[in-house]
Design a protein around this ligand. Structure first.
Ligand SMILES: C[S@@+](CC[C@H](N)C(=O)[O-])C[C@H]1O[C@@H](n2cnc3c(N)ncnc32)[C@H](O)[C@@H]1O
Length: 242
């Protein structure tokens, strides 16, 4: 199968990961963020669903994520997970990602407390790279990064996770905007990503070509050449167009 995009460090495939995975080489680490099966939707503070486009393809079921995680049972894996709906199977460790204030729950009326944390499930990681750390990871969920996907994860957090594992080739079958691939590439690792929606495969491909981030990006001006219009740092809405 022909990649949608490739360079020296990464390969991006556009399509359903269930079709593409059988043709891929063996990987050293699966680091992924599958649809949780929670039918993600944004709520306004009155509990009504807003019309903002906060949806993730296949998020009406956790079966696809579970199927892929089961396919890689023998491979070291780090997977984001919904605390209320964890992935099945045998996992060695559970990490808490503390996203910080101002995140979690939206206006969902059944959430009495803002859930400002997410779960990360870990299995079979082999040799640790570096020292042991706390299993509570503090990385801002609001971040200063350009928002490219409704459930985009902080690049810094993904870089940290990759850095703890001795792995050269990393796979993200639910790549979204390509955070795993970008982080892997920054760390000199190789990565393969798969995404079912072309708009995100395209964003990820462009993200791979940003070898040096523009100054405005580093200065929180929130632009990334070729990816969208300039936004103010107060505007945390997604950049993508539907
Ligand atoms: C939770 S998001 C990942 C976001 C990513 N961590 C980021 O930082 O941008 C899951 C992604 O999986 C994609 N997806 C859903 N079903 C898929 C499938 N069967 N094969 C490949 N990608 C799929 C969705 O389109 C979505 O972009």
């Amino acid at each position: 199968m022909k990649p949608y995009f490739q360079d020296d460090a990464v390969q991006i495939y556009l399509g359903d990961c269930r079709d593409i995975l059988p043709s891929l080489p063996k990987v050293d680490l699966v680091l992924t963020d599958p649809p949780y099966g929670i039918a993600l939707a944004n709520h306004d503070p009155n509990g009504r669903r807003s019309n903002r486009p906060y949806t993730v393809k296949n998020d009406d079921t956790s079966q696809i994520g579970q199927e892929i995680l089961d396919y890689y049972t023998a491979t070291p894996t780090i997977s984001f997970a919904c605390p209320e709906k964890q992935w099945g199977g045998n996992w060695n460790q559970y990490l808490v990602w503390d996203k910080g204030g101002g995140t979690g729950g939206g206006g969902e009326p059944t959430m009495y407390w803002y859930r400002t944390w997410e779960l990360i499930q870990v299995r079979s990681l082999g040799r640790l790279n570096g020292q042991r750390d706390s299993a509570v990871l503090h990385y801002s969920g609001r971040g200063n990064e350009l928002l490219l996907h409704p459930t985009q994860k902080p690049e810094e957090l993904i870089s940290y996770l990759i850095s703890k594992v001795v792995a050269n080739l990393i796979l993200d079958p639910f790549m979204g905007s390509g955070t795993t691939l970008r982080a892997a590439k920054n760390l000199g690792r190789k990565a393969i990503g798969i995404e079912i929606e072309e708009r995100y495969a395209e964003i990820a491909a462009r993200r791979m070509q940003q070898s040096v981030l523009p100054l405005e990006y580093e200065n929180k001006g929130r632009t990334l050449e070729g990816l969208g219009s300039k936004k103010s740092s107060a505007d945390n809405s997604p950049m993508f167009n539907l």
